[in-house]
Design a protein. Structure first.
Length: 326
């Protein structure tokens, strides 16, 4: 399936979960996925409001840090658990009902990090840290997942991973970084190839920074994806617009660039506004941008300062820029 053309600016929202790591599959705390009545009701209400805001693309985390969705034996995935496909099917059914498409982010960087005591109570934390675990995840879980929903019209894209650089030693030289770039890059290429072989959807990867997006140029992605948070970019001399002008994405990248995460607000950065950031993305010829995030952040969470999307503001920006929903 072709990548989105640069003139088709696609405004999206990051859902990104109802309950982290529990939306798809059975977790250690039981079943709370999209196919359960309470979660399905909450998602339906959110999706109706998202569509009313003029947005038609939603980015949603799927396996997160591996706590749900897998059947595992002796540390090796043996297949999806009993609820993974049912929860994905329920999410896609709701998306189709409300005229939305989904970009599923398969793996979160937390799953690849060495988190020590913080993750000691969670299952499956070693799966991505050794070759046999990664290969089994691909062959026994991801490929069947791509095949199960091969031609579903509500699947916009499969995203290999969310911000993997925070877990890769060459990008983040800290004890938490649990994998080398060469190992992850080879695994990411296998996932991308599998999407192309077993699915009709696009494939992307959510790079943590514009600075790093070109590191993934050999993955045969259908569109690049980078994220932008002013606080993280303080080692750079320019703001978002300057970084995009320096990158020259239409010249330096072989396929379109989508800015998958932009904060709804950033009180610590005077002068930042979502409207201006979206204007910068559109002016740079990007394929689109995704606002972080739709649901209100959990109290005390690392992204609490960024707040949540203002649906009316999204609709106003779309209208002012003459952009209709996808």
């Amino acid at each position: 399936m072709p990548a989105p053309a640069s003139e088709e600016f696609i405004l999206s929202v990051n859902y990104p979960w109802v309950n982290y790591g529990q939306d798809f599959g059975r977790s250690p705390w039981g079943a709370r996925g999209v196919s359960t009545p309470d979660t399905r009701k909450a998602v339906a209400e959110d999706f109706e409001r998202i569509r009313t805001s003029g947005v038609a693309l939603v980015r949603w985390f799927l396996l997160c840090d591996g706590r749900s969705g897998l059947a595992v034996n002796n540390g090796i995935p043996t297949g999806p658990d009993d609820l993974l496909f049912a929860d994905v099917a329920a999410a896609l059914e709701l998306a189709q009902q409300f005229g939305l498409q989904l970009c599923f982010s398969l793996l979160d960087f937390l799953w690849m990090q060495n988190r020590g005591a913080a993750a000691s109570s969670l299952p499956n934390q070693s799966v991505l840290k050794f070759p046999a675990g990664r290969e089994a995840l691909l062959e026994r879980v991801l490929i069947p997942l791509f095949g199960e929903f091969r031609a579903h019209p509500a699947v916009y894209a499969w995203e290999v991973a969310n911000e993997p650089e925070w877990a890769i030693r060459e990008f983040t030289p800290s004890p938490e970084a649990g994998i080398h770039f060469a190992d992850f890059n080879a695994f990411a290429r296998e996932i991308a190839d599998a999407v192309h072989e077993y699915s009709q959807a696009r494939v992307t990867l959510g790079s943590a920074r514009i600075l790093w997006v070109r590191a993934w140029s050999d993955l045969a992605l259908d569109f690049y994806q980078a994220h932008y948070y002013p606080k993280i970019e303080r080692d750079q001399t320019g703001d978002l617009g300057a970084q995009l002008r320096a990158l020259k994405p239409q010249e330096s990248l072989h396929c379109p660039l989508w800015l998958g995460e932009l904060p709804a607000q950033d009180p610590d950065t005077p002068g930042y506004s979502l409207d201006a950031a979206l204007d910068d993305c559109k002016a740079a010829g990007l394929a689109g941008a995704g606002v972080w995030r739709w649901r209100k952040p959990e109290s005390g969470s690392g992204d609490e300062q960024y707040g949540a999307v203002d649906p009316e503001a999204l609709l106003i920006w779309l209208t002012q820029n003459g952009i209709s929903a996808v």
